[in-house]
Design a protein around this ligand. Structure first.
Ligand code: AMP
Ligand code: GLY
Length: 430
């Protein structure tokens, strides 16, 4: 069978790579894809992004089903469009995608259903927002309500920064429509983890835990990015944390969405903050897999992933099970010159694997912002590659990923040298 993957990032390369390994999959179409999916044995790119044209493509190519990577097409209703045409697709409807596309929707939903999250209020009026900041004090967090490609959150360490963020979003319109409404919430302390599950409207199948590294520089310094590296599993998600997240956050979310008439289908990503005292709170929901978390997570799947996604589409996730590679997977993002502010494009990349994207049997060079032009791979976005390796410990996966990263070169390449630092030294309990 043929499968369609929608998107062009590292997450979509990993999805295409993983789905192409399923025995019944002849090939994966990636729309629009990137330089890595163009080189992936078993995949090919088609340069289409508009949801209606994608639906026509799925019909014409007789794809068995479609998997959507990024949030934008989901928030635009691609799942509704496919379903109206009787096309199978794994992802949330536009209404369910509001868990990500509106922070206020997500916060109000969590409040209604008693799901632990930071106390908050939502504002469209700047004066009221300023007054709230004065009352609550700092640190405090200002979030644009709408989709902002990871740039909509200001963690203000003093009230001056908080007021400036409100002025930028509400008064000056610095985030456009996404920032015309803001959520202001209490600052939470602790360690973050990404908890991603598959949902079929009713049943939940948890994927392995993971942890991202959002800051640009070593030691979690510098500006926020889309994510500079990730590993799976995340030891902070102990078996007891795992059980509590399912019970306190995931189940009430899935049941609440169904009860409100907008059942959630697709990948549901809860960004968690695990406090030193063990309290677990939800920082955010995403209605998709994480990038770069997907790369190490999918590198560990030993089961037929296409068959699992099919069960997700058919509402049979209660009968699905995933076998995980017991090893740790760790992905290091190689970013372009100028990322995240103004990434440069067009730099030739050297040192990539000759054929395909695998290096031996324990490392995959997933592409994100790359393009294949006249046989040459060029940088074409901020996060360029994610070198993902498997190892018997975090340290060994880390050593292998950095060993392969050191063989890849492009002008202005930047990457963190400490991906996995929180997990190293922590006792691993899988
Ligand atoms: P979000 O898109 O809501 O996950 O926010 C992006 C990042 O901002 C998170 O990954 C956290 O690092 C940080 N953040 C968001 N909300 C809070 C909060 N209430 N307290 C502390 N940090 C936060
Ligand atoms: N890596 C964070 C995200 O995908 O939202």
């Amino acid at each position: 069978m043929k499968i369609l993957v929608v998107g062009s990032g590292g997450r979509e390369h990993a999805l295409a790579w993983c789905l192409a390994r399923s025995p019944r999959v002849q090939h994966v179409i990636v729309a629009p894809g990137n330089g890595g999916t163009a080189r992936e044995p078993g995949a090919r790119n088609i340069p289409v992004t508009d949801p209606l044209t994608l639906a026509a493509l799925a019909e014409r190519e007789h794809v068995a089903f479609t998997v959507v990577g990024p949030e934008a097409p989901l928030a635009a209703g691609i799942v509704d469009i496919f379903r109206e045409r009787g096309l199978k697709i794994f992802g949330p409807t536009r209404a369910a995608a509001q868990l990500e596309s509106s922070k206020e929707f997500a916060k109000a939903f969590m409040k209604r259903h008693g799901i632990p999250t930071a106390a908050y209020e939502a504002f469209t009026d700047a004066a009221a927002a300023h007054a709230y900041i004065e009352r609550r004090g700092a640190p405090i967090v200002i979030k644009a309500d709408g989709l902002a490609a990871g740039k909509g959150v200001v963690v203000a360490t003093d009230v001056g920064q908080a007021h400036a963020a409100v002025d930028m979003m509400l008064t000056e319109g610095g985030m456009g429509q996404a920032g015309a409404r803001v959520v202001i919430e209490d600052f939470l302390e602790g360690e973050e983890a990404s908890f991603i599950v598959m949902v079929d409207g009713r049943n939940v199948l948890a994927l392995a835990s993971s942890q991202d590294h959002k800051r640009l520089l070593d030691g979690d310094a510098g500006p926020n990015t889309g994510g500079m590296g990730a590993y799976s599993p995340a030891p902070v998600v102990t078996p007891s944390v795992h059980a509590r997240v399912l019970r306190e956050i995931i189940r009430p979310t899935v049941e609440g969405m169904a009860a409100e008439g907008t059942p959630f289908t697709g990948f549901l990503y809860a960004g968690l903050m695990i406090a030193p005292d063990g309290t677990i709170r939800t920082l955010e929901f995403n209605c998709r897999m994480g990038d770069p978390e997907t790369q190490p997570i999918l590198a560990r799947i030993k089961s037929d992933f296409a068959a699992i996604v099919e069960r997700g589409i058919e509402g049979r996730l209660d009968t699905a099970e995933i076998t995980w590679d017991r090893r740790t997977a760790l992905g290091v993002v190689l970013a372009a010159h100028g990322y995240p502010e103004s990434p440069r494009r067009g730099d030739p990349i050297e040192g990539l694997p000759e054929h395909g994207n695998e290096v031996g049997d324990d490392c995959i060079v997933f592409h994100a912002g790359t393009s294949l032009e006249d046989g040459r791979v060029l940088t074409a976005g901020g996060r360029v590659l994610c070198v993902t390796a498997l190892g018997d410990s975090v340290k060994m996966a880390q050593a292998r990923a950095y060993e392969v990263a050191a063989t890849i070169r492009f002008d202005g390449m930047q990457y963190r040298r400490d991906i996995g630092h929180r997990a190293i030294g922590r006792p691993v309990r899988k």
